[in-house]
Ligand binder design. Structure first.
Ligand SMILES: [Zn+2]
Length: 114
């Protein structure tokens, strides 16, 4: 059992270091989402729109797969964009009580102190 696991690990490692001649494709995508905030403490509900962009890259090994590389770059960029749209937030204080959530504070720190 442990022998086959080790073999697999070595195989994976050797793949990483195989030099590949080719080029890399880049793609940038943009998107927007409407975020809904429901505040239990003060009862307020509000929405705001958030925009994000993301980049992805795709390898074109041996210059044989130009369209495939462009497609992979776009798929990766979209996947990243979806994650960002879902997980990120904007710093929008509650219009009722001015409350700023912990994740918004984190976002503010990331933006202004980085
Ligand atoms: Zn509030």
């Amino acid at each position: 059992m442990s022998v086959s696991t080790q073999r697999h690990a070595q195989y994976t490692r050797s793949l990483v270091f195989v030099p590949v001649f080719g080029s890399s494709h880049g793609a940038t995508v943009h998107g927007a989402i409407v975020k809904r905030v429901q505040r239990e403490q003060c009862g307020a509900r509000y929405v705001y729109q958030m925009e994000r962009s993301a980049q992805g890259s795709g390898l074109n090994p041996y210059l044989l797969d130009e369209r495939g590389a462009a497609w992979r770059a776009k798929v990766r960029a979209r996947s990243k964009l979806d994650q960002r749209l879902e997980k990120d937030c904007e710093v929008v204080p509650c219009p009722e009580c001015g409350f700023v959530s912990a994740e918004m504070v984190k976002e503010a720190r990331r933006r202004y102190l980085a």
